[in-house]
Design a protein around this ligand. Sequence first.
Ligand SMILES: *[C@@H]1O[C@H](CO)[C@@H](O)[C@H](O)[C@H]1NC(C)=O
Ligand SMILES: *[C@@H]1O[C@H](CO)[C@@H](O)[C@H](O)[C@H]1NC(C)=O
Ligand SMILES: *[C@@H]1O[C@H](CO)[C@@H](O)[C@H](O)[C@H]1NC(C)=O
Ligand SMILES: *[C@@H]1O[C@H](CO)[C@@H](O)[C@H](O)[C@H]1NC(C)=O
Ligand SMILES: *[C@@H]1O[C@H](CO)[C@@H](O)[C@H](O)[C@H]1NC(C)=O
Ligand SMILES: *[C@@H]1O[C@H](CO)[C@@H](O)[C@H](O)[C@H]1NC(C)=O
Ligand SMILES: *[C@@H]1O[C@H](CO)[C@@H](O)[C@H](O)[C@H]1NC(C)=O
Length: 482
Amino acid sequence: MKMLTILCCVAIIPTVLCAPYTYTTKYIDVPIDHFNFANNATFKLRYLVNDTYYVKDGPIFFYTGNEGQIETFAQNTGFINDIAPKFNALIVFAEHRYYGESLPFGNQSYTNLKNLGYLSSSQALADFVYLITELKQQYKSQELSSVPVIAFGGSYGGMLSAWIRIKYPAMVEGAIASSAPIWQFTDLTPCKLFYRIVTNVYETFGTEKCADTIKKSWALLRAQGKSDAGKAWLTEEFKLCSPLKTDANISALADWISGIYVNLAMVNYPYPTGFLAQLPAYPVREVCDNINSINITSDRDHLKAISMGLSVYTNFTKSKKCNSLGGTSANLGEKGWGFQSCTEMVMPMCSTDDDMFENLKWDFKQYQEDCTKSYFGVKPLNPYLPIMEYGGKDLEAASNIVFSNGLMDPWSSGGVLSNVSSKIFSVILPDGAHHYDLRSANPDDTDTVKDVRNFHVKAIKSWLKNFYKAHTLANVNDFSKF
Ligand SMILES: *[C@@H]1O[C@H](CO)[C@@H](O)[C@H](O)[C@H]1NC(C)=O
Ligand SMILES: *[C@@H]1O[C@H](CO)[C@@H](O)[C@H](O)[C@H]1NC(C)=O
Ligand SMILES: *[C@@H]1O[C@H](CO)[C@@H](O)[C@H](O)[C@H]1NC(C)=O
Ligand SMILES: *[C@@H]1O[C@H](CO)[C@@H](O)[C@H](O)[C@H]1NC(C)=O
Ligand SMILES: *[C@@H]1O[C@H](CO)[C@@H](O)[C@H](O)[C@H]1NC(C)=O
Ligand SMILES: *[C@@H]1O[C@H](CO)[C@@H](O)[C@H](O)[C@H]1NC(C)=O
Ligand SMILES: *[C@@H]1O[C@H](CO)[C@@H](O)[C@H](O)[C@H]1NC(C)=O
């Protein structure tokens, strides 16, 4: 079963290598089950705080953590640090339960369904509300409601930042929801859109020929995979750590390759992210240059072109010995997200002749069966759950949310791409990748990302102005500084 982790950083970024920001680590006791008075057990939720820029009565900038250890997001969301000084803001990054150190049952959190069952977006939002309330207690100068909070999030974290504003509007004044596919759910978005956008990225930053070479490679890969000699050749050509032996191995190879294409599209930033997974600027362009550089005169040449292309991602440092397929799947982030995808977050995906991937039907029954094998027999019963919980496309009652999406981000398939109302905005980065606007400013930034970041700042400013006025608080922010 293919399960795409939304924020590929979780899988590819070694956190220690990218740590320009520093924080104080704190913990808060929160209920394991927010929705059951018969259970009073608690666990320690981790959060990171930076109060260097905070001035009394300033706002709290609160990042609603996603599916991974919180440091990863704290280090890749420099936008918050960039603007916090102007706003005199306290910065908080809250970890999502069941990831990083925030494990409700310690190292037993993933060992059985009874322990794992408390992993859901609604429990996570309730954790965040607990923490926000505690922070308001700590930082208030008047009553609790006098502390303004702005939620931030990217990717699944962006969904959570939008949802916390939708569900708990009294807790946060507004939300910046970047690359948040809140509509990547059943009947809200065509299942084929995601892979179609990935293909666009290869056609746009590479060439149509490149996308076409990729499209035609799957059948050739399967054909090679039929014979033992072909399997041995593929093992050698793709420099795999262990030999391909079975048909399932060939499928695993195909999944691994398509996962890499998707990841590359997500991190197709205009500058090298060498501190992340050692990738060049616009890595998709580089992949396609490699693919197009081979003069293809045989099927094996064709597959050689593919492996040359992939090496941009797998071996940019030229020091990797061999590749293992899905070797990191023991990673908590992937396990946790897999469980969430098999319970609440069912995101229909398919690929067709319109894209460069192998055809893949969306089959909910099959998806359910695959889930049953993976997580103690659990399967998603109701694919409409997220819509029932958070409202799907009916956002008229909500306010103060900015959704931002790069159209070259595959996840924009489920994003909010037009203005919903006079209080819910959508801003677009036509050639932007995933989570781009939340990254720190960079000399090679595009003009559109600068515009989008300015839009965020203006929105936050107007939410806070209204807030300070409504609460007859002295405005600590000198908005003339902007
Ligand atoms: C907050 O972040 C700034 C800039 O990264 C850093 O200089 C400062 O030491 C940090 N403060 C804390 C308390 O970690
Ligand atoms: C939690 O519940 C147990 C029994 O269910 C009870 O003995 C204990 O006093 C409760 N603890 C708190 C802090 O309420
Ligand atoms: C789980 O944690 C407990 C308590 O900290 C420890 O004694 C035990 O060795 C750990 N088990 C594993 C498998 O890590
Ligand atoms: C092929 O499948 C076997 C059995 O699942 C597995 O042990 C082996 O690691 C796989 N080989 C590769 C290259 O993934
Ligand atoms: C591609 O290879 C073929 C056969 O070796 C050769 O005839 C042709 O000139 C080559 N084309 C280019 C552009 O190198
Ligand atoms: C990485 O590149 C080096 C140098 O070109 C090469 O020797 C090695 O086999 C490559 N490894 C992989 C996994 O592609
Ligand atoms: C939404 O409205 C804002 C403010 O008027 C505008 O800047 C933005 O371009 C609009 N978004 C879309 C997708 O049209």
